[in-house]
Design a protein around this ligand. Structure first.
Ligand SMILES: C[S@@+](CC[C@H](N)C(=O)[O-])C[C@H]1O[C@@H](n2cnc3c(N)ncnc32)[C@H](O)[C@@H]1O
Length: 359
């Protein structure tokens, strides 16, 4: 899985317990802001049918490669194709010039090998799920040898030690299809999707501050789209980064967007991740969720993403700020039309549970 700002890797046990308290074996669970697909993948691994959605194309592709695609369908073929791609000679072109010379996110040899592999996938033109598995492998391989502090707003002044390692493709962590049926990956605006999606539990993990994910991961978007975009600035971001904004990235927009989202979803249970430092205060979110019936709020200390722990870097990759605190508080709001059994056992040792708040 790739490094991702706001990844909920550390909260998986709590998220799975919350969903498990609400969802039967045959339930459909929707992850409307799936990002790295880490949560959606864990939900599929736990046996639920999952709908994973994200508005960015690379995130939709990760969701398709890691959640929609099943190992029994694509595992063998993908493994064989990835072995073939691994042996291609480097093919330096616009991608290498832009992202390994003008900007320096990758070692030029790794970038040129990646460029050869990506062109080959384009020529192969495989079935959509297989394509997503191959592109997921490329993004994951590039992520393991990149030279930035967890996002692509800047890159390190000197290539990071991991960037000197040779790029190596691995088969992504494919899973078998759940007994109750297939999973699905979508690339929609969650606000447009919310009213039409049929699911038992909706997991909501939107951005909660000003950091736009397209800017943070523009390189993955370009690697997946392969559309040779116009780029700008030292970071060589896609031109679309200048205009693309999610309402969840705005202090003024996030409240109305959240209220609309919560109001449109028909799922019986909502599980919402929201950090204590986000644009919305706990009381505001609780007010929005209160109409759903029973509300549990779980507080989980959470390790910050690498960038904050390493310090703040400017656009030239120079350190300009001191590292922030190691941990922050993540909150999981579980709102349901019925009282859920969320026991305080080992997994919930660090969790404060307010039980129940009927309205
Ligand atoms: C906090 S991240 C999700 C992290 C994810 N749970 C994980 O563990 O990797 C928020 C995600 O919401 C997506 N996003 C932002 N606005 C959106 C919208 N209106 N509709 C769908 N996805 C959106 C971003 O692209 C980003 O991937």
């Amino acid at each position: 899985m790739i490094k991702y700002l706001g990844s909920k890797r550390g909260l998986l046990p709590q998220i799975l317990r919350a969903v498990g308290a609400a969802a039967g074996d045959r339930a459909v669970v929707a992850d409307l802001f799936s990002g790295s697909a880490r949560v959606a993948h864990a939900l599929k691994a736990a046996g639920w049918r999952v709908v994973a959605n994200d508005e960015l194309e690379f995130a939709r592709t990760l969701a398709c490669g890691l959640v929609q695609a099943d190992t029994e369908h694509w595992g063998r073929r993908a493994e064989k194709l990835l072995a073939d791609l691994s042996h291609l000679p480097p093919a330096p072109g616009w991608f290498t010039a832009t992202y390994a010379e003008t900007a320096r996110y990758l070692h030029p040899v790794n970038a040129a090998r990646l460029e050869a592999m990506r062109q080959a996938v384009e020529r192969l033109d495989p079935e959509p799920e297989l394509r997503a598995v191959l592109l997921t492998a490329l993004v994951q391989a590039a992520d393991r040898v990149d030279s930035c502090a967890g996002h692509q707003m800047s890159f390190m002044r000197e290539l990071a030690p991991r960037a000197l390692k040779p790029l190596a493709l691995r088969l992504p962590e494919l899973l078998p299809q759940p007994a109750s049926g297939p999973c699905l990956a979508l690339g929609e605006d969650a606000l447009a999707l919310a009213g039409s999606i049929d699911c038992d539990v909706a997991y909501l993990d939107p951005p909660y501050d000003q950091h736009a994910y397209l800017s943070n991961y523009h390189l993955w978007e370009t690697l997946v789209r392969w559309d040779r975009p116009q780029t700008y600035g030292r970071a060589q971001k896609r031109a679309a980064c200048r205009i693309h904004r999610s309402p969840f990235n705005s202090r003024a927009g996030i409240g109305p967007a959240f209220a609309r989202l919560i109001g449109s979803l028909r799922a019986r249970t909502l599980v919402v991740s929201f950090g204590a430092e986000g644009f919305l205060a706990r009381a505001e979110l609780e007010r929005m969720l209160a109409g759903r019936g029973f509300l549990h709020v779980l507080e989980v200390p959470h390790r910050r993403y690498a960038g904050t722990r390493l310090g703040i870097h400017n656009a030239r990759g120079e350190k300009v700020g001191t590292p922030g605190p190691e941990a922050t508080m993540e909150r999981l709001y579980v709102a349901s039309d019925r009282r859920l059994d969320l026991p305080r056992d080992q997994d919930y040792r660090a969790v404060a549970v307010r039980l129940p708040e009927a309205v």
